[in-house]
Design a protein around this ligand. Structure first.
Ligand code: ADP
Length: 326
């Protein structure tokens, strides 16, 4: 393959997601395969601005394939929001002889990548990686499959105790603006109610739905996305306790365990496919694009358009979840 790109810079940015290491490894493998230098940039855009460049060692790539987090580390970098910060980043890339950049991260990180490409015409590819799965244009983001399996595993365990004591549990999961985790994990774990930011269920309706069941005989597990408009798990439990004082009501906030853990097979394979595709796209002259999976096929979409569009809500699944709720 003939191409002008000789040296790719690679960073992970924003919230870490299981499978980022598999994506880093895939980019490095593609670099080797096509005889292109790949340099790691530590701690996301902060490292790009500070010039924290590092070689990617084979043993570290292999050792971290099965680990969550990111071997390149990640950060949130205020300076990259400013044009001065992005200029410094571009100057550092130039100085290091890097002629293309691959950014692995969520919505914010991909927005930063799109801006850098627009302002400095450097070749850029984005790889969507976020446990929230809230990126338009791709059926799945790296990390999401692992996260929902972590949540289902946790709820299965909570179900054991909820069943033994006939308790009502409110379980809070991640999802500030989107309910992908709550909706999908809630269906898989057989939750009695699924509360997500996209649907503003009034608390009175929710409590009424509890009173329709026999709470004395049946455990009840409610999954709540942290961005639910009528309150998180603790608030909802407190309101419910006032109205149903005789019931044993408990709260579990799953928190950061949702980010960690060994990436699932699906996330590792997706990361491998997206990582190699991103390199191949750069070599074929593409830029300002995001690698995505749609109907099992890998394709690319314009980065700026992607980050400016809200992800499509799974209305069909939400309808089913109401039928499946018991
Ligand atoms: P995620 O990528 O997981 O959505 P953030 O939204 O925190 O996480 O974004 C990660 C980093 O990407 C930010 O700290 C910042 O450096 C960069 N970034 C986010 N949004 C923008 C933006 N609008 N312009 C420039 N850089 C951005």
């Amino acid at each position: 393959m003939k191409h002008p790109i000789k040296h790719i810079g690679l960073l992970t940015s924003g919230g870490d997601a299981p499978g980022m290491n598999a994506a880093i490894r895939a980019v490095a493998c593609a670099g080797k395969h096509y005889d292109i230098a790949v340099t790691g940039i530590k701690a996301g855009y902060q490292g790009l601005i500070n010039g924290w460049f590092t070689p990617l060692e084979d043993h570290a790539l292999m050792h971290n394939l099965c680990r969550g987090g990111t071997l390149l580390k990640s950060s949130r970098c205020q300076a990259f929001h400013t044009s001065n910060g992005r200029r410094q980043a571009w100057e550092n890339l130039n100085q290091a002889g890097i002629d293309a950049l691959i950014v692995i991260g969520g919505d914010g990180s991909l927005t930063g990548a799109a801006l850098l490409e627009e302002e400095y015409a450097i070749a850029v590819m984005g790889i969507p990686a976020t446990i929230d799965n809230d990126i338009f244009g791709t059926d799945a983001c790296i990390g999401y499959d692992t996260a929902i399996n972590t949540v289902v595993d946790a709820i299965d365990k909570i179900h054991d105790t909820a069943h033994s004591h006939t308790r009502l549990f409110f379980i809070e999961v991640m999802g500030r603006d989107s309910g992908f985790i709550a909706l999908n994990a809630g269906i898989a774990a057989g939750c009695s109610a699924i509360l997500i930011p996209e649907h503003n269920q009034p608390i009175d309706d929710i409590i009424q739905s509890f009173t329709k069941r026999n709470l004395d005989d049946h455990p009840c597990i409610v999954i709540v996305a942290e961005g639910h408009k009528n309150g998180g798990a603790a608030e909802l439990a407190s309101i419910t306790t006032q109205q149903l004082p005789d019931h044993d009501i408990r709260v579990t906030i799953l928190g950061h365990i949702q980010r960690g853990g060994s990436p699932s097979c699906a996330d590792r394979v997706l990361a491998g496919r997206l990582g190699i595709y991103a390199v191949e796209q750069l070599l074929s002259g593409a830029s300002g694009m995001m690698a995505a999976v749609q109907h099992h096929q890998i394709r690319s979409l314009p980065l700026m358009e992607t980050v400016r569009t809200k992800p499509t809500f799974q209305n069909d699944l939400f309808r089913l979840s109401n039928i499946l709720a018991m």
